[in-house]
Design a protein around this ligand. Structure first.
Ligand SMILES: Cc1cc2nc3c(=O)[nH]c(=O)nc-3n(C[C@H](O)[C@H](O)[C@H](O)COP(=O)(O)OP(=O)(O)OC[C@H]3O[C@@H](n4cnc5c(N)ncnc54)[C@H](O)[C@@H]3O)c2cc1C
Length: 364
């Protein structure tokens, strides 16, 4: 089949690579001038183990399977990663109960190696930590996400696929047996494809609304939850990822590391109406407070505004977190069309597994 993938973020690239390896003729249309200019370059680069997500949800299944596939892919392709492990820490009895619930959920989800450890054992691993207990997750890690996306692009090209940059998709209509696609941008014009995958991230709902005959009630709301990061101006004190217990809309302001060992904190949750990528330095106040609950030694003046990313959520504040939405023909009635909505965290970790499911939907 001739397959069009819309969006060259991590999910679009993983889908395109998997479709090309399956023998399809694949083109990726990307609105901007490069890969990974959307959500995919504005995250924590954490390989999640798969602990938090409800039993049998797409997020649970694709995170656990995607993590295993991702480590194997990175090993085979020479993409840098560090399976550094993570501690989810409890600073009081109420949090300890939450962490124990997370352990049970993680075990149900099939996450390997999980273990509850006491405060002293946690401090033996990370001497600056203040906690009364922690869930240790040795499978969690960090990756060079840009290196990973470059490797996906490389495999796509090895299988004769390509990316058309500065080529926004403007309109789609199904005229049996093919999809007619209107492109704007550099090479504006029309083309026909057998199958289309909408992996447009924050643009997925807008694109779905341009599809002739697509049921309007099947386009879910897009709710934006910004996540701000602050860099740590000093020598790193942790060698593992350190997470508090989760909060409404996110996993809590945690310690993330990059592959050079630098430490940063975030992301928090800021519900916004319109896309904006500035980090308000005043948010540092709440960061100090939250981080000091598990790292009392955080010095004054050590946090520097860094970057932010926007989660493409399907539910808002106080609502139950939505699952990933993979809308294929049974969901909307149009053949060989898959819309991906709400691919927030753990979308990076899940990408290879999501790609398998999406390409499987096209073959029906
Ligand atoms: C703050 C934050 C932290 C996160 N941390 C983690 C983490 O640690 N681990 C993890 O596993 N996941 C994490 N995630 C989630 C992960 O980053 C996302 O799930 C993933 O990057 C989504 O990739 P995507 O390809 O769907 O979207 P994107 O990367 O946004 O790609 C979509 C692309 O589509 C293009 N596009 C849009 N409309 C059109 C159009 N009409 N025509 C052509 N192109 C179009 C855009 O330009 C963009 O390049 C985090 C997310 C956020 C926001």
């Amino acid at each position: 089949m001739q397959v069009l993938v819309v969006g060259a973020g991590v999910v679009g690239l993983a889908v395109a690579r998997t479709a090309a390896r399956a023998g399809h003729d694949v083109i990726v249309a990307e609105a901007t001038g490069g890969i990974a200019n959307g959500v995919s370059s504005r995250n924590s680069e954490v390989v999640h183990a798969g602990i938090y997500y409800p039993t049998d949800s797409l997020r649970a299944r694709h995170c656990v399977r995607g993590r295993r596939l991702l480590y194997d892919f990175c090993t085979a392709r020479g993409v840098a990663y560090n399976r550094c492990g993570k501690l989810i820490v409890a600073t009081d009895q109420a949090e300890l109960a939450k962490v124990e619930t997370l352990l049970a959920q993680g075990l149900t989800n099939g996450v390997e190696g999980l273990d509850m450890i006491g405060g002293n054992a946690a401090r033996a691993l990370e001497s600056e930590l203040a906690c009364i207990g922690a869930l240790s997750s040795p499978e969690s890690g960090i990756i060079d996400s840009h290196g990973y996306m470059l490797a996906l692009w490389g495999e796509l090209e090895d299988h004769a696929g390509s990316i058309a940059f500065e080529t926004p998709v403007e309109r789609l209509s199904y005229e049996a047996p093919r999809w007619r696609v209107q492109f704007g941008g550099r090479d504006a014009g029309r083309a026909e494809f057998d199958a289309v995958v909408n992996a447009a991230g924050l643009g997925a709902q807008a694109l779905a609304r341009t599809i002739d005959g697509y049921p309007a009630e099947k386009v879910p709301p897009l709710i934006l939850a910004k996540g701000n990061y602050f860099a740590f101006a000093g020598r790193p004190v942790f060698s593992r990822l350190i997470y508090p217990t989760p909060v409404d809309g996110g996993l809590g302001v945690h310690v993330t590391l990059d592959l050079a060992g630098r430490m940063r904190f975030g992301p928090d949750v800021e519900w916004i109406e319109h896309e904006s990528y500035t980090v308000d330095p005043r948010r540092a106040d709440s960061f100090y407070q939250r981080i000091r609950s598990y790292w009392p030694g955080l010095p004054d003046g050590a946090l520097v505004p860094d970057y932010c990313g926007i989660r493409p959520k399907l539910t808002g504040p106080g609502e139950k977190a939505a699952d990933f939405m993979i809308a294929a023909e049974p969901a909307h009635g149009l053949p060989r069309l898959v819309n991906l909505f709400g691919i927030e965290s753990p979308g990076l970790t899940s990408s290879l597994s999501l790609a398998e499911e999406v390409v499987g939907c096209l073959d029906i």
